[in-house]
Design a protein around this ligand. Structure first.
Ligand SMILES: [Zn+2]
Length: 107
């Protein structure tokens, strides 16, 4: 993912509205690009900070962001492999069904 696209998608990530595939690419990029990580943490601080202005409890937004990234990453990775496994299973099932039907009807 390019920096331009990454920065464009920061809000999408913070709203948890990002697709798994994009999410993995996004986080891979953010983890390797200081510039985009900086941008993401600023957006996150502003977002969360504003939400909690009335909240008197202290919060550690820096580690919360890291948590959010880690969670989103494992979730996205999981869904990604889940989708791959599903596609393989469907392909095999379709193949077996075809095989079964052709034996059944003697095509
Ligand atoms: Zn970047």
């Amino acid at each position: 993912m390019e920096c331009y696209e990454c920065k464009k998608r920061i809000k999408e990530f913070l709203n948890d509205s990002m697709k798994s595939k994009t999410c993995v690419e996004f986080i891979d990029h953010v983890r390797s690009c200081d510039d985009c990580y900086e941008e993401l943490s600023i957006e996150f601080l502003v977002n969360e900070g504003l939400k909690r202005l009335d909240d008197a409890t202290s919060f550690d937004l820096e580690s919360e962001l890291k948590n959010k990234i880690n969670k989103a990453y494992s979730k996205a990775k999981f869904y990604k492999s889940f989708i791959i496994i599903c596609s393989i299973t469907i392909a095999i099932a379709a193949f077996l069904l075809g095989l079964f039907l052709s034996t059944l009807f003697g095509y």
